[in-house]
Design a protein around this ligand. Sequence first.
Ligand code: ATP
Ligand code: MG
Length: 540
Amino acid sequence: LQHFEGETHVSFKSPFPDVEIPNLSVYDFLFGRVDPADADRPALVDGASGAVTTYQTLVGQIDGVAGALAARGLAVGEVVALHSPNVPAFAAVFHGILRAGGVATTINALYTAEDIAKQLTDSHAKFLFTVSPLLPQAKDAAARVGIPTENVIVLDGADGHPSLTDLLTEGHPAPEVSFDPATQLAVLPYSSGTTGRPKGVMLTHRNLVANVCQINPRMGIGADDRLLAVLPFFHIYGMTVLLNAALYNRAALVTMPKFDLVEFLSIVSAQRCTYVFIAPPVAVALAKHPLVDDYDLSSVHSVFSGAAPLDQELGRAVANRLGCRVRQGYGMSEMSPVSHAIPFDRDDIALDSVGPTIANMECKLVDPATGQEVAYPAEGVSAPGELWCAGPNIMAGYLGNEAATAETLDADGFLHTGDIATVDAEGVVTIVDRMKELIKYKGYQVPPAELEALLLTHPQIADAAVIGVLDDEGEEVPKAFVVAQPGAEDLDEAAVIAFVAERVSPHKKVRRVEFIDLVPKSAAGKILRKDLRAGEARRS
Ligand code: ATP
Ligand code: MG
């Protein structure tokens, strides 16, 4: 492993050799050449109905969408909003927008009219694609920002709006567009809004192409794989890892519009999915829910978790129960998103780490208190520090927010992730927690993620979340919100406090407990600790 040591400069490069990143648009990179042998392979499978879209059909639809948008006056660099859960047509529309030189801003399917309107305004979207079940809020939002009805396209059709079929039957050829993939924006996803208002993240064609090239050798996705696509395509994880990496490999994406355990298990088993992409809440269900035993999940060879911390025990429990590989990756919207992943062919890397840095990237850890770079360890594990990353997948900046961009991206090209991490002598990185979420108990740092993972090991705890709350002396103390397993009778506050106290150093003890029915989580699978904090604030 290479690392560079100067007086104040201690960074570490990916242990993997650089990969070549072709200077192509996303469309040319993914679909510029579809091998005739791949034309009839399934690109998308509707999980519920089993309907198949082949690669040949998909490319035809992409060209058709691009042609229809160009005929409606879409110019290179203009923004088109896509507001839809995971359905097969998402791929055609998403790549059709990019093919026409447009910039796709993907909108969370759970958003209210107000949230949608905010993103439409912020991104200056000219067109809005949606689906009929989401039309009421989409229509309301479009009206508020002045997008005319004929520019609100409803994929499955609705009175007074063009449908996807309408667009495709117009038969416009894809336009000839030319732009520089290195600088032309391709997408404007919004960060999850876990810690504040979601930010529009500007990612270029090169950013997206780079991230697929960087992760591809580590993921082991093959043309015969059938990937379960329940993680939303509108979020950067689903966009790059599913929509782009899977299609690049000519694998099949089996779509599911929203997570429901029974449906998830039936689709994985009926569609013989081989590679399942999840966030940690799904891992909790896979490890703990009794229903899992009723399904034949033997087709699954790999489960890949990202978006939030996966606990080692939990990961192992999933691997044992399903008899498959479990891997973890880390990233953020601002990195297109992946910077770290445990390679598919490495069984020896601890599951609570996020693996080595992917190719073409360089990182460092910086002590947030002193601004000093943390020394790279000659052996063992480094001290914790904020993870900074540089590479070809780093965003161009936040849309219309130079102050936030300047705070996050430094002059040397390092993105300050806001996450605290450690690195070991082999270059394997472990995420401790978000800087902003660390609880400070009498000056000691307590990572809530560590306590949540510990709580989940309790057989009577179905789910848990931890935040810092102020006690009577105004001291921040860890408080656990606990969801009890059905039938857990003797689980009370004292039992939870004692369980944690027996297993952690004194400053990390949970000092308050509240029982709740459901831990609030985002569509991408993150614990919404800010919602729990807001609940606390309302009561005090
Ligand atoms: P916002 O920036 O709007 O507050 P967000 O940071 O949740 O929201 P995303 O870009 O979707 O938006 O998520 C990136 C963050 O998710 C990372 O900064 C990190 O905190 C967390 N994350 C992602 N993967 C992992 C992982 N494997 N382990 C721990 N944390 C992770
Ligand atoms: Mg963030």
